[in-house]
Design a protein. Structure first.
Length: 820
């Protein structure tokens, strides 16, 4: 049979594997409850399957961790299976990780965690291993380690809560401002990480009090060791101390001691730490923090490769460098290179390809810390604290950072400060003859000079530099030295939460082989982003347009047509602010006002009629009272048509818009350009589709006719209504409406798991199948709900048309105003 999900692997495929090795399938305990206790805290966890030697289920042999049929088997899966095996009494001697595919089986010795090259032993051999299990004292040690693993910090929100609570302790006890409190919390956090790595077990309340009674501050002692350690060298100055009272230190030890941060995934620590940086720097150093949506957009658009030498000369907290490192490391790991070749490539990426500069001590430190908690510690070796306008030399006087050294430059220079240093001014072309100049203008020249001919640049610049007559020479320098590939205007709210409300533009540039007269031979891609996903207070909001703009930019780079009211291509003149070139597509200056007015009246009439119809339907809904509680897995079955992408074939790739926006073709790519391209699924119109990564944002829909025959990655599972379910079309539409509703989305969010560096939790197929929904019993009632919800979608369209009509009418009248 076809295995569609993890449940199929567990229930249908696993028993066959075990039976072939002599195990009794009646002795398999599925979803076996295990208990872990640490102090007063108890936690119930569930092993996918435990295989016993006896009917009484007293002698465990194998603990099984099952995965979906297309999921890779990771060290994390091994660690989880081994930990669960060690929680049993007695300890199970074997752990198995299995995804149902050929070669998708890995067996481990639980005591040593070693991979068994011959696979899972037969039952007779397993019983022999069980009889030779560890001695009681060793079993207790292994069980204690398993408990510690179980109680590690498991998700971003939990780690964010720890950081916020600790930050508040410092602010309340010491009266520090947010950034000073951040400094001190960072010292304590890295002290904790060092102590876990060193294994002396002194970071505990018990040890704190014992040393305190002897007049010793153990936290200070560990911090001194942390500063000198190779792992964290350079994070803190030799003279740095923890500037906290003993009372506050004790509270922080209490806050952190129950968690094992070294066992907390880099994705969890890194994402939480970056959120914490954003929250902290909003209060005082916002100019050094670029919002994640913008960082991701720029890195994806410039598309630096794993071997490219990348610099951010104004790196702030390191967002661009960390985003690039994570993206490039993922590309390396997804290749078919040998393990050693991958390790070499990752080492080269971290040690030779990532460079950052920032003059501010606090932010350059935060950048290195950010890299360490993301697991990119080696990349931090090339983070320099100095001016981004000055070259960096090694001991032999060779340029480490200088002109024509880098393949890519990604940066967001601070806004609003002027440079007056005569030495600096004299070293730049754009400041020639000036006594002062906006530093961002110098940054623009600096980034162009840093990259090699053909090098790519992604930089955020204030519009004033791009449109003022006084800065024409700066734009002239840009045009003479680069091809202007793209100009994307960002809304002022993007940086408002970080104290920097400004009209800004992202410039995508490619350095010319030689400077010329500045004539641009090709058109430039332009866009006006009206929503970057951030409210004025810095909070994330729905409606981020950057992903769609990115998709259109990629189409334009491929020579394909672009579409959208806020994207276009045209030649650049002497200005580089895209709003100057923006010509909204609605033109009504030649339309008589009376005609426009009649159009608006007609649309308003449609809106009124729809509202009246909906009001009548609402009365009918009061009569609907019979619902049945049914799990989605009883209504739907997953469908797959896997395809191996061919290198030279073009594939239309589909996506699902947020908040019930439906399916759409987001881009077209050659097979060789598709990340993980061997794992595509061909779509069929009329099936339910959702985005596992953004299900919590209403990313459920029905595959449209436009997307029929298109392709999607494994992050977009599809489902059909089971044959035995009546009214399949109505059921499909009802369920999609329900899943995109607030009450169901809150459950979807809670059921999502498995965070990554982009804080993306997945709503897996198993959770989809297990999700209960309330469905009307009667077909007529089902139809009423679906009709009403469909009408509400129509109502939204009519309302938008009325708003557009109002704009048209205003514009039509405005164009009648006389001009001198």
């Amino acid at each position: 049979m076809i295995l569609n999900n993890e449940e199929d692997v567990k229930i249908h495929a696993l028993p066959k594997v075990l039976k072939a090795l002599g195990y009794d399938t009646k002795r398999i305990a599925y979803n076996q409850t295990l208990k872990a206790k640490q102090g007063r805290k108890t936690k119930d966890i569930f092993a996918d399957a435990v295989v016993f030697a006896d009917d009484a289920r007293t002698l465990p042999l194998v603990v099984v961790e099952t995965k979906g049929p297309e999921e890779s088997l990771t060290e994390g899966d091994r660690d989880q299976a081994v930990s669960y095996a060690r929680l049993l009494t007695p300890i199970a001697p074997l752990a198995l990780v299995y995804n149902g595919s050929v070669g998708g089986t890995k067996a481990y010795n639980v005591l040593s965690k070693d991979l068994l090259p011959d696979g899972l032993p037969a039952m007779k051999e397993a019983i022999k291993l069980a009889s030779k299990t560890a001695k009681p004292d060793q079993q207790e040690q292994l069980k204690a380690a398993a408990v510690q693993e179980t109680f590690r910090v498991e998700n971003v929100e939990e780690f964010k809560r720890i950081l916020r609570a600790s930050h508040n302790v410092i602010r309340n006890n010491e009266g520090y401002d947010p950034t000073k409190a951040f400094d001190e919390l960072s010292k304590v956090m890295f002290t904790k990480l060092y102590e876990e790595r060193d294994g002396k077990n002194r970071f505990s309340l018990q040890q704190f009090d014992i040393f305190a009674s002897a007049g010793v501050s153990i936290l200070d002692t560990i911090f001194d060791e942390t500063k000198k350690s190779k792992k964290y060298s350079g994070l803190f100055t030799d003279s740095a101390t923890i500037e906290l009272s003993e009372r506050t230190k004790r509270e922080l030890v209490k806050q952190f001691e129950k968690y094992d941060l070294s066992k907390t995934g880099f994705d969890v620590k890194g994402e939480a730490f970056e959120h914490f940086l954003g929250d902290t720097f909003t209060g005082g150093l916002g100019q050094y923090f670029t919002p994640r949506n913008v960082v991701t957009f720029i890195v994806d658009a410039v598309d630096p490769g794993p071997g490219d030498k990348v610099i951010d000369p104004f790196s702030g907290t390191g967002g661009f460098l960390i985003s690039h490192h994570g993206r490039a490391a993922g590309q390396i790991n997804s290749t078919k290179l040998s393990k050693k070749a991958k390790e070499d490539a990752l080492r080269h990426l971290a040690e030779d390809c990532i460079f950052g500069i920032d003059w501010n001590e606090r932010t350059s430190l935060a950048c290195r810390m950010n890299m360490v908690v993301h697991g990119d510690g080696d990349a931090g070796r090339h983070i320099f604290r100095q001016s981004g306008f000055v070259d960096v030399h090694d001991g032999a006087g060779e340029n480490i950072v200088g002109d024509n050294v880098f393949d890519v430059c990604l940066t967001n220079p601070p806004f609003g400060s002027a440079e007056t240093d005569t030495d600096v001014l004299g070293s730049f072309t754009v400041s020639n003859g000036r006594k002062s100049i906006e530093r961002a203008a110098l940054a623009l020249e600096r980034t162009i000079r840093l990259v090699k001919p053909g090098g790519r640049i992604g930089i955020i610049i204030m519009d004033g530099i791009l449109n003022n007559s006084s800065t024409a020479n700066i734009r002239e320098y840009v045009l003479q030295n680069t091809e202007v590939l793209g100009l994307i205007s960002l809304p002022p709210e993007t940086f408002e939460g970080y104290g920097g409300r400004s009209d800004t533009t992202v410039l995508f540039l490619r350095k010319k082989e030689q400077p010329d007269d500045g004539q641009q031979d090709e058109e430039t891609f332009m866009a006006v982003c009206r929503n970057s996903g951030y409210a004025p207070n810095g909070a994330e909001i729905a409606g981020n347009e950057l992903p769609e703009i990115l998709a259109q930019y990629r189409r334009w780079l491929q020579g394909k047509e672009i579409e959208g009211v806020n994207v276009w291509a045209c030649p650049v003149e002497d200005r580089l602010d895209p709003k100057f070139y923006w010509r909204p597509h609605i033109t009504v200056s030649d339309t008589p006002v009376e005609e426009v007015n009649e159009t608006v009246l007609a649309v308003a009439g449609n809106l009124h009629a729809e509202l009246q119809s909906i009001r009548d339907e609402l009365k009918v809904l009061d009569e609907v009272s019979d619902f049945r509680n049914v799990k989605l897995g009883e209504l739907f079955e997953e469908v797959r048509e896997p395809v191996a992408a061919e290198a030279d074939k073009t594939y239309d790739l589909a996506g699902v818009r947020w908040w019930g926006g439906g399916s759409f073709i987001r881009e077209s790519k050659l097979g060789r350009e598709i990340k993980g391209g061997a794992r595509l699924n061909k779509l069929a119109a009329g099936t339910l589709i959702y985005n596992r990564l953004f299900a919590f944002r209403g990313s459920f829909g029905i595959v449209s006719a436009e997307c029929d025959g298109a392709y999607a990655s494994v992050e977009f599972p599809t489902f059909r209504v089971r044959d035995e379910v009546s009214e399949p079309t109505l059921v499909m539409r009802y369920v999609v409406h329900a899943l995109n509703s607030p009450q169901y989305l809150s459950v979807v969010d809670a059921k999502s798991s498995g965070s990554t560096k982009t804080s993306r939790n997945r709503f897996k197929q198993e959770s989809f199948n297990a999700l209960p929904v309330m469905v009307p019993e009667k077909a007529d009632d089902l139809a009423r709900y679906v009709t009403l919800l469909d009408r509400l979608d129509t109502l939204r369209r009519f309302a938008n048309e009325v708003l557009e009509g109002e704009k048209m009418l205003r514009q039509a009248i405005a164009t009648q105003l006389p001009m001198p």
